[in-house]
Design a protein around this ligand. Structure first.
Ligand code: FAD
Length: 810
């Protein structure tokens, strides 16, 4: 049996003990520094509001599992969840529009909810000042989690299955040998362990430091106050339940409310960020109340109290009876940290998790530990999504504080975070700025979305205007750049994409085992392939260039790919990250050859340099690795060189493109073109919840080549596909969606959009969406829900546009 030590008996540690033992892992020890059942972490005072709908599908489904699980758990004869419902009110036009958007998203994720009038809101909450309201969104399945009883119930189940729970044990060290954890040291003895999980809440960075692992989170205090008894909340006759009215959210003022009998609890995110150093938090016995509870600062709460009384005027006669500044964790992007640390085998993180998501997050970590596969896609929770500078305390502090400020804001899906920016820039950055690049951020990189210098090209386009939401972080110049690529040639900065090198005598065998496509091809070939998990879920998609017999260049998606490859690499095979020291430009479009050929004596003709081939050459003075592949469906090459020569590469290509009408083109154009060509974006269109056949990527799977990771799980699946990723076009050329919208067939929501853009060739919005196989025949009519609108769309045959292939046939 694997020996597991879980550090922390908050809601996450307790859920994890339950989930691990339920999967048959019995040798589980939970170590907790405080006294049970309320040891003094964030859980011990959590008011336990569960609004299931979150910013991501995975978080929303984590929450749905928490609700389901806690509803069935009982402590002292009472369930651990009470479904009083949730009500979000809108007091601005923008919020009201956003509630429509959110309601649509939630519907596509299976959450029940109704948009209601101010009068209907007042039926749920008679104290509401309806004159402020545009309306509300009522979600009947939301409610209150009784966090400490849920801890007790889950620990009781875990101990009945053999787990140990030891409170008053403070972890002081993590022992390691040969890159693996071996034991956990406490003030009361040492516990040998094969796996250690840090479920230490906002103490995560402290535990991480003991293990040599960076835990990028920032503990922040958040104010919670309770009023004196309010006659308005009294319930006539009999004992009053803890809460009868739905949870209430007033996000325009960063406030939420719940009943505590006839008192009202008020939480506020409106105040200044109040960071806490987890290394200096007092121990339980030294803390005035609890380690996670700091004294209430009434002056910070005063504006929130005014806002609360404006919404609920009856509060005017009441007062705050009690309050505290409670501490919990914020990450740079607001998402949790779930998974094994890259730095230390057997050391797992289950950090920065709300009570709302606790059971779902714990289930996911338990699945990863016991099985290596998770029911839900976890890529946005992967601890390795932060790297380099993003792992610094300074970055965690700046972005964590930003996450706190934005927690209830209406945040556009493309909105780039504020400070610290710029963080990572390509060698072309200055040139891009000179061209008026509109930068968004990806993985810490500044990435041009379009270039204002191309604005004159957009003047004659006569595109239909977009609504305000779809027009944010968008410009008609995107379409102009995409068209220029289709008609002439565009230069695309590929630097933010990840480049890896795998080298060593066993490199081929190693890659053949990890990847689905046939890689045993001659040096100089490029292959598109997939990485699967044990269940056949798509972990990533990659291009693999065989440089020599034993040396491969890989175009990957994320830091998680690097960690995955390193973790599986046998002795003698080296995996290096080339990304920071190299850069790349995609030269794509029908005139790409005219641009590149004069710069080199190498033969770049079609017979001389075929598709999916690679070679090293010089373009002018710059040594490059040239690969004839394109993510936009046009003729062209990806050209890579070292960072020091990046600027020279840019200038060389720019000069060569002058007479050809070449443009610098941004990510917006790239997305539009790849959607028309039917190319998938990993993480957006597909991930571990999908298999290659459903995603339309069966062509990259070669079961006949021999065994590979995930092959056994795929057996028979190609003929048993129940859902598919399809291409849709919107019927109205003026309609635009962004991704995330529900897809309805016959009035019923059956799927959702994963990515979308204005197709420059087809002249309308193109989207990818997941649909049940029965509704995927080309020509099928569907509807997309967008805010309050319903847009008609049609399933299209793929690809919509295949320009290079068509030109080759001519
Ligand atoms: P914790 O509950 O903090 O548990 C971590 C445990 O690890 C602690 O008990 C600690 O003692 C132990 N530990 C740490 N270091 C060591 C060590 N060295 N040795 C041994 N043990 C150690 N979330 C919601 O979903 N809904 C809400 O309405 C909500 N409201 C909130 C209101 C307030 C005021 C606050 C502060 C938080 C709120 N949250 C809410 C957030 C939620 O409380 C937390 O995200 C959640 O409780 C974190 O659970 P956890 O198990 O990760 O951490």
């Amino acid at each position: 049996d694997a020996r597991v030590v879980v550090i922390g008996a908050g809601i996450v540690g307790c859920s994890l003990a339950d989930e691990l033992t339920a999967r048959g892992w019995r040798d589980v020890t939970v170590l907790e520094q405080g006294p049970l059942p309320a040891p003094g972490g964030s859980t011990s005072h959590a008011p336990g509001l569960v609004f299931a709908t979150g910013p991501s599908r995975t978080l929303t489904r984590f929450a749905a599992y928490t609700v389901e699980k806690f509803t069935a758990l009982e402590t002292d004869g009472a369930p651990c969840f009470s479904a009083v419902g949730g009500l979000e009110v809108a007091t601005t036009e923008e919020r009201w529009a956003d509630l429509h958007r959110k309601a649509r998203l939630a519907a596509s994720w299976g959450i029940r909810g109704t948009l209601i009038t101010p009068e209907e809101c007042a039926r749920h909450w008679p104290m509401l000042n309806t004159s402020l309201l545009y309306g509300g969104w009522f979600t009947p399945d939301d409610g209150i989690a009784r966090a400490v009883p849920a801890c007790r119930a889950q620990l009781a189940r875990a101990t009945a299955r053999g787990a140990r729970v030891l409170d008053r044990h403070t972890v002081t060290g993590i022992e390691r040998r040969d890159g693996r954890v071996t034991a956990v040291v406490t003030d009361r003895g040492t516990f040998p362990a094969d796996h250690v999980v840090s479920a230490a809440g906002f103490w995560g960075p402290v535990i991480g430091a003991m293990a040599g692992v960076t835990v990028p989170l920032l503990p922040l205090a958040h104010q919670y106050a309770t009023t004196a008894p309010l006659p308005e909340l009294a319930v006539p006759g009999g004992p009053r339940p803890e809460a009868v009215r739905p949870l209430l959210r007033f996000q325009d003022r960063d406030l939420y409310f719940r009943e505590h009998g006839d008192r009202l609890g008020i939480g506020s995110y409106a105040h200044r960020p109040m960071p806490v150093d987890p290394h200096t938090v007092p121990a339980f016995d030294d803390a005035p109340v609890m380690p996670s509870s700091l004294p209430f600062t009434a002056e910070d709460f005063a504006p929130s109290w005014r806002d609360a009384t404006a919404l609920l005027p009856a509060l005017g006669g009441a007062e705050v009876a009690d309050g505290f500044n409670g501490v919990f964790s914020f990450t740079p992007d607001g998402m949790p940290l779930l998974g094994e640390a890259a730095e230390l085998r057997g050391f797992w993180l289950a950090e920065a998790v709300w009570v709302t998501h606790s059971a779902g997050a714990a289930r996911a970590v338990a699945e990863l530990m016991t099985d290596g596969h998770t029911t839900l896609d976890l890529h946005a929770c992967d601890p390795h999504r932060f790297e380099g500078a993003q792992r610094s305390p300074a970055y965690a502090a700046a972005r964590g504080a930003r996450s706190f400020i934005e927690v209830y804001d209406v945040v556009h899906p493309l909105q780039p975070p504020a400070d610290p920016r710029p963080l990572r820039v390509s060698p072309f950055h200055d040139r891009q700025r000179e061209l008026g690049a509109y930068f968004l951020e990806s993985g810490g990189w500044e990435r041009p979305h379009w270039y204002e210098a191309n604005a004159p090209l957009a003047e004659g386009l006569a595109l239909p205007p977009r609504d305000a939401w779809a027009a944010r972080h968008w410009s008609p110049v995107v379409v102009a750049e995409a068209r220029a690529t289709r008609e002439r040639v565009g230069l695309y900065d590929l630097t933010p994409l990840r480049r890896l090198e795998v080298e060593g005598p066993g490199a081929l065998a190693f890659l053949q085992y990890l990847m689905t496509n046939q890689l045993d091809r001659e040096p100089g070939t490029v292959t598109y392939t997939l990485l699967l998990d044990t269940h056949g879920g798509i972990r990533s998609d990659l291009t693999v260039t065989r440089l020599t017999e034993d040396r491969f260049r890989i175009g990957a998606n994320s830091g998680a790919d690097l960690v995955w490859l390193r973790r599986h690499a046998p002795d003698g095979v080296h995996v290096r990250d080339l990304t920071p020291g190299t850069c790349g430009i995609g030269v794509w479009g029908p005139l790409a050859r005219d641009l590149v050929q004069p710069l080199t004596r190498e033969d770049f003709s079609h017979p001389g340099f075929g598709r999916f081939r690679a070679r090293r050459t010089h373009l002018g003075p710059v040594p490059v690795l040239a690969q004839r592949v394109s993510y936009v469906g046009e003729l062209g090459w990806e050209l890579y060189t070292t960072a020091d020569l990046g600027r020279c590469l840019w200038d060389t290509l720019w000069e060569a493109g002058r007479g050809l009408g070449a443009v610098a083109a941004g990510r917006g154009a790239l997305d539009a073109l790849r959607l028309e060509k039917g190319f998938r974006a990993w993480g957006q269109d597909m991930h571990t919840e999908h298999d290659p056949y459903e995603a339309g990527l069966g062509f990259a799977v070669r079961p006949a080549k021999g065994d590979f990771l995930g092959r056994a799980a795929l057996a028979g699946r190609d003929s048993a596909v129940r859902r598919r990723l399809v291409c849709l076009t919107l019927d109205d050329p003026a309609a635009a969606v962004l991704g995330g919208e529900p897809v309805d067939v016959g009035g019923e929501t059956v799927g959702y959009v994963t990515s979308a853009a204005h197709g420059p060739t087809v002249g309308r919005c193109v989207a990818h969406a997941w649909l049940p196989a029965a509704h995927t025949a080309p020509g099928t009519a569907v509807h997309l829900g967008y805010f309050g609108e319903r847009y008609a769309a049609t399933v299209a045959a793929e690809p919509l546009v295949a320009p290079e292939a068509a030109r080759l046939r001519r």
